[in-house]
Every structure is written in C-alpha cells, then in structure tokens.
Write a protein that binds this ligand. Structure first.
Ligand code: AKG
Length: 257
C-alpha cells in the first residue's frame, strides 16, 4: 500500500498524506451517512474554547467560530464502522504500526463555511495518553481541504519530543501559544478521499475555514494493541481489531471478561 519512502517519511516527520485511499463513490456514501449523523447525534456547538482563541482569531471571528463534532460515530452507524476497516486504510496502518491493529476511537470534526473554528497546537496524547507512540491517527477527508479551508498543519518531526506538558483547565488542552506557533507549522492540504496519518505525539493544529465550503473530516485512531492506554478518551474500553490479533496481556485480560 505504501512505498518505503512514504513509510520513512512518516517515521521521520511524524505525518503522511496518502492520496485517494477512499474512492469517490465511497466518499459520497460516507457523506450521506454524515448528513444523518449531523441531524441526529452531532454537537453543533463544539468549537474548542480557551485563551488560545485570542491569538488565533480576532473578536468577530471568535464570536462566529463554529464546529460540528461527535465522538465514536462508528458506534452509531454501520457504514462508518465498515469504513474503519477499509482494506486500503488498514493496509497502510499495518505498514505504519505492525501486523496487529486495534481501532481506538473515531471523531468527526466538521468546519462550517467561512466560520469553521481553528484548533490550537497540541498533541493528541493530551486527549488519550498511551505508553508508547505506537498509535496513528488517520484523518479521512470528506471534502477538499485547501490551506484556506483550515487544513491540518504539523510541526515536522515534533513526535520525537515525546509527550509534552499541555495547558489544562482552560478549555481544551493546548500548548503555550508563545512557544508553539501555527506560523511554524507545515500545511498539509488534502483532497476528498485522502487520508492524513500522524503519530500520537506529533504537534498539530489548524486554522479557520475561510472558504464558502464545508471542511468535513473524520479522525480514526488506531493503535498496536499492546500499547496500553494511560488516560483520556475511551480509557478502559477494548477496541475492535481491524487487523491481526490481540496479544494476551495483563493490562487487557480483565477488560475481556
Ligand atoms: O480537524 C482539524 O483541523 C484538527 C483536528 C485535530 O487537531 C485533531 O483531530 O486532533
């Protein structure tokens, strides 16, 4: 699925965009299902809060910024559960993580036209900490995401810093804005059907969606099943094996009973 060059790039830079993992008809079917999720389960008032907003947006933008989000859409929709086991997606994950791959969570982040909210720089480890970096997030794009639409942005190679202290208790966990600046990140524009993979420890964020179009993306988090979770979302929950087998470990054996 991936070339050796792509695998090396992921390990060196901490992220990787893979084009056309999902075909146009597959994307269209998932978009239709998202319409239903939008009108039934999704939170339409999910923009991240915190003092970082003063740095990322002017006053008018702060008043208008919006995000539609929901965690674990694969637990609400069979079509999304099937998407999480897509052969090209899981084929790439085996090459990044090894033969055994467990789905940990899914999350929708939909930025509405013109007012789609930014994300402050952070590591996802601050939201679901694990013992090792053997964890890859895969962001599936349902719409084209050029730079002006608030595409993902990464601090290249930052996963090598390991887990960092985040500012907590003031909205969403985030890194100090004076030390970690969006201007120092690499934008990774993508097309619908592309998947951007990144390491749990890679620093990332994104800017406002200023285009007249939605920027809908779903994050699917996968781990080596022997990588124990320490804290955060879905702690204590066994995930679905999308490739290989779960090793019998002290830490997970009790969770199966
Ligand atoms: O969707 C985005 O623009 C950023 C998402 C993000 O930061 C994340 O999924 O951790």
């Amino acid at each position: 699925m991936l070339s050796q060059e792509e695998i090396d790039f992921y390990h060196r830079q901490g992220y990787l965009r893979v084009e056309g993992v999902f075909g146009p008809a597959e994307v269209e079917a998932l978009r239709e299902e998202l319409d239903w999720i939008f009108s039934t389960w999704a939170d339409h008032n999910a923009a991240w809060q915190g003092p970082w907003r003063e740095v990322y947006m002017d006053e008018e933008q702060r008043r208008q910024a919006m995000l539609v989000a929901i965690n674990d859409l694969h637990l609400h929709s069979a079509r999304w559960q099937q998407a999480a086991a897509h052969p090209r997606l899981t084929g790439a994950l085996v090459e990044l993580l090894g033969p055994d791959v467990e789905l940990h969570h899914t999350t929708l982040h939909a930025k509405p036209p013109q007012v789609g909210s930014p994300f402050p720089l952070h590591q996802d480890n601050a939201f679901f900490a694990h013992q090792t970096p053997a964890y890859a997030d895969a962001i599936l794009h349902l719409d084209d995401a050029p730079e002006e639409a608030g595409c993902l942005r990464f601090m290249a190679g930052s996963h090598q810093l390991g887990p960092l202290e985040h500012i907590r208790g003031q909205g969403a966990p985030h890194l100090p804005t004076d030390q970690y600046r969006l201007a120092d990140t690499v934008p990774v524009p993508a097309r619908s059907g592309d998947v951007v993979f990144f390491n749990l420890w890679t620093i990332h964020g994104s800017d406002l969606n200023l285009t007249p179009h939605w920027r809908r993306a779903v994050r699917l988090g996968y781990r080596d099943p022997s990588n124990s979770q320490l804290d955060g979302h879905a702690l204590g929950r066994l995930g679905w094996m999308v490739k290989g087998r779960r090793p019998k470990l002290e830490t997970t054996v009790g969770m199966s009973r």
